[in-house]
Ligand binder design. Structure first.
Ligand SMILES: Cc1ncc(COP(=O)(O)O)c(C=O)c1O
Length: 424
């Protein structure tokens, strides 16, 4: 729906919810209960997704099987634990547009980022730089700086940042190309967030992969804010690797197991350096416990440890829902819901804020970042205490995510009303 068709009345929000084909999915999640007793307005799925009602059942099954079978649960549990992580493979591959052999669910995001850089960041004197976006998530910054130092280089010379133009908040696509034209032959690795966590900007991952490869760079993406949010076609876009977490849009629960993509062309790259663990070893001989390490083909060859079943179980409950709904329908609602939030903010009477997220629907996901230059933090704390939950980022940004799986037009309407009431 184009913004011209939106209206500012509450009746309009109600009407949109009544016509929303995905409206019933809201009933499949628990919403927090604020102390104030009011209904919670939860626009924080970009930080921690809500708990699906069915999660408990999935976790309880594993607790039951552990109690009943002990160690034999590895083979006799209703869903045997040895291959348990594979229950997520097909759904994950579909979600990120990959082949099943290109994805694996394992570890945490930052750990996977390091594992990928061990294999794919191989600096030389001529080509030693890592390109990141300015304002990348701090963990990514720490990870890349430590990798640069680990190889004996200096981040002051080897870390290159894409910076928005003066007076702008987001990075222009053409500036990525200009920088690569200028410095591409000294860049070993391009590592960008598919969706920038602070502004919600979506990068043109297909184009960046293509140009990066033309310049001889390795291309990797941190998809923490992209997975389950925007459509991904990783196999076709062909970055070398990607990593993501599962606790945001994927609703896997706090600290849930993360995901990793390694493009098929590296599936048998046995000569790549890699940090190894027994779960990455060829499974046919894994339990012979021999001294030699032969990795499995594909992304699974980067696994370290046997999978944490109790952390994977919640993710299964959510991935079932994603499989049922499909990214296409989710994204269609998301574009509309985020557009509606933008429309209401634009039509509000307050001038105490500005929007820093890109205005074009194709350049953003389910997020609007609202810059509140005066007293924003206190104001957001006040809203949180009243059950209006978004996410404050220093120094001045309130990030809110209308998540299409469980947020309604009424949520968005109520949010803007409550925000505007406290804004100057
Ligand atoms: C973009 C991005 N990268 C990395 C991380 C760090 O993730 P983890 O703590 O799971 O390693 C986060 C966490 O929110 C993130 O948003």
């Amino acid at each position: 729906m184009s913004s011209a068709a939106f209206e500012t009345t509450e009746d309009f929000a109600r009407g949109m919810d009544a016509r929303d084909p995905l409206a019933s999915y809201r009933q499949r999640f628990y919403f927090p209960k604020p102390a104030s007793g009011e209904d919670c307005i939860y626009l924080c799925g970009h930080s921690l997704g809500l708990q699906p009602i069915t999660t408990r059942k999935y976790v309880e099954q594993e607790l039951k099987d552990w109690a009943q079978f002990g160690v034999e649960g590895h083979f006799q549990a209703q869903n045997p634990w040895v291959p348990y992580h594979r229950l997520l493979t097909k759904q994950t591959a579909t979600l990120v547009g990959a082949k099943p052999s290109e994805v694996v669910v394992m570890n945490s995001l930052t750990a996977n980022l390091h594992l990928m850089m061990v294999s794919f960041y191989r600096p030389t004197k001529q080509r030693h730089k890592i390109l990141v976006e300015c304002g990348a998530f701090p963990s990514d910054q720490y990870a890349v700086e430590s990798q640069i130092r680990f190889h004996g280089f200096d981040p002051a010379a080897s870390l290159v940042e894409l910076i928005p133009r003066r007076g702008e908040s987001c990075i222009r696509d053409e500036d990525v190309e200009l920088l690569l034209d200028r410095e591409g032959d000294s860049i070993a690795l391009i590592l960008l967030g598919g969706v920038n966590y602070a502004t919600g900007q979506v990068f043109d991952m297909a184009r960046i992969s293509a140009i990066g490869h033309k310049m001889g760079c390795i291309v990797g993406f941190d998809l923490a804010h992209a997975v389950g949010n925007v459509a991904l076609h990783l196999h076709d876009w062909a970055p070398d690797f990607a990593v993501w977490c599962s606790y945001k849009y994927l609703n896997g629960g706090p600290g849930c197991v993360a995901g990793c993509f390694v493009h098929e062309r590296h599936s048998q790259a046995w000569d790549l350096p890699r940090f190894s663990g027994w779960w990455g070893r060829d499974e046919k001989t894994r339990f012979q416990m021999g001294p030699d390490f032969r990795p499995m083909a594909g992304a699974e060859g980067w696994q370290l440890s046997n999978p944490p079943i109790l952390a994977l179980a919640p993710l299964r409950s959510s991935m079932e829902i994603f499989e049922e709904v499909g990214m296409e329908r989710l994204r269609a609602k998301s574009v509309s819901l985020t557009g509606y939030l933008e429309f209401l903010l634009d039509h509000s009477t307050s001038r105490g804020f500005s929007i820093i997220t890109p205005r074009e629907p194709e350049r953003r996901g389910a997020q609007i970042s609202i810059r509140i230059p005066h007293n924003g933090r206190a104001l957001c704390e006040e809203l949180t205490a009243a059950g209006v939950i978004g996410d404050w980022r220093e120094p001045d940004t309130f990030r809110v995510a209308p998540v299409p799986l469980y947020n309604s037009y009424q949520d968005v309407y109520n949010f803007v009303r409550r925000l505007v009431a406290v804004l100057p």
